[in-house]
Design a protein around this ligand. Structure first.
Ligand code: FAD
Length: 286
């Protein structure tokens, strides 16, 4: 299918982009186009005006320092995945990105675009929320920072205002004594997962002091669950079984053409135990 007719703007500055977005109630940002263009081709989206941000200067950075990782709106998934600094400062970003789509899509799709597209089946919105990251946006009201737990309001809906452009995502660095892990199950590598789980575990003097897990493709928005109490300090079989049950109690798996709710619940439990174990092992290596 072909998209419906639309107007096209190619601003050269952020101010022009914000103005263009504000000029039409049906305007949409185009970044990598790897989600928007398929939606338009299927006529599930029909924006009247496309605001192509690919020519805005200064938005393709990928930087990492002691505080964390900063990713500009025009950095492609592949740029972020290729960064050894990102892998060192916040390895969960790299672990999750390796599961995002295929190389051709990662060459064009942007990590920030994925974050604000707010798909509960996507890896990076969940990872941003699990790590307590944020997104900086610029609109007619100026620049503001949106914390990840205030970003996802409904399926495919973020809290960005209509005329706001997301300019940068921030993922905090992995603290000393913490470990991370990521696992997902999809029918083919690179497909959207039927279920994916990530964990961040902190260990002090051999005991687990904090454990959180994030879930994708299980509920209709990315979901983060605190499992510290369920683990009660250790990661033995009994603690893992308790944590998996505690996680499931806070999730509402749904059925669709890819998997039944019961199968998703099963995957969530199995993957919870796996990622908690792996994140715990990683924390002890740190
Ligand atoms: P676009 O498609 O350009 O935009 C997506 C939406 O976000 C639009 O509504 C747009 O207006 C908005 N937007 C984008 N950037 C900004 C910005 N800076 N400010 C404000 N709004 C903005 N993704 C996964 O996470 N996991 C997968 O397994 C996966 N598999 C895929 C498989 C296929 C076959 C395809 C085609 C895509 C897949 N994707 C997957 C999606 C891919 O990761 C996209 O790149 C990503 O979701 C969106 O990034 P984009 O830059 O292409 O955004």
């Amino acid at each position: 299918m072909k998209p419906t007719a639309f107007d096209y703007a190619r601003p050269e500055t952020l101010e022009e982009a914000v103005q263009a977005l504000g000029s039409h109630p049906d305007a949409k940002v185009l970044a990598g186009g790897q989600s928007l263009v398929p939606l338009m081709s299927m006529r599930l989206a029909a924006p009247a005006l496309i605001v192509d941000i690919n020519h805005l200067p200064g938005l393709d950075h990928v930087t990492a320092d002691a505080s964390g990782v900063r990713i500009g709106a025009l950095a492609r998934h592949a740029d972020v995945l290729a960064s050894a600094d990102v892998r060192r400062v916040q390895p969960l970003v790299s672990l999750a990105l390796a599961n995002v789509a295929h190389p051709t899509i990662r060459n064009r799709g942007t990590t920030v675009g994925s974050i604000v597209h707010a798909d509960a089946a996507a890896e990076m919105p969940m990872v941003l929320q699990l790590l307590g990251g944020s997104v900086d946006v610029v609109g007619s009201g100026g620049r503001r920072t949106i914390a990840a737990d205030e970003l996802y309001v409904a399926p495919l809906e973020s809290s960005l205002a209509h005329d706001e452009v997301a300019v940068e995502a921030f993922f905090p660095a992995l603290p000393a004594g913490s470990g991370v892990a990521f696992e997902e199950i999809s029918r083919r590598h690179g497909d959207y997962a039927m279920c994916g789980v990530a964990a961040v575990v902190a260990v002090e003097d051999g005991r687990v002091t904090s454990a959180r897990a994030g879930y994708l493709s299980v509920s209709d928005v990315p979901t983060v669950v605190d499992l510290t109490d369920a683990l009660a300090g250790s990661v033995d079989d009994a603690a893992l079984a308790r944590a998996a049950e505690a996680a499931l109690a806070q999730l509402e798996p749904e059925s669709d053409i890819h998997a039944t709710a019961a199968y998703r619940a099963h995957l969530a439990k199995v993957l919870t135990a796996r990622v908690l174990t792996a994140a715990h092992d990683h924390a002890r290596e740190e």
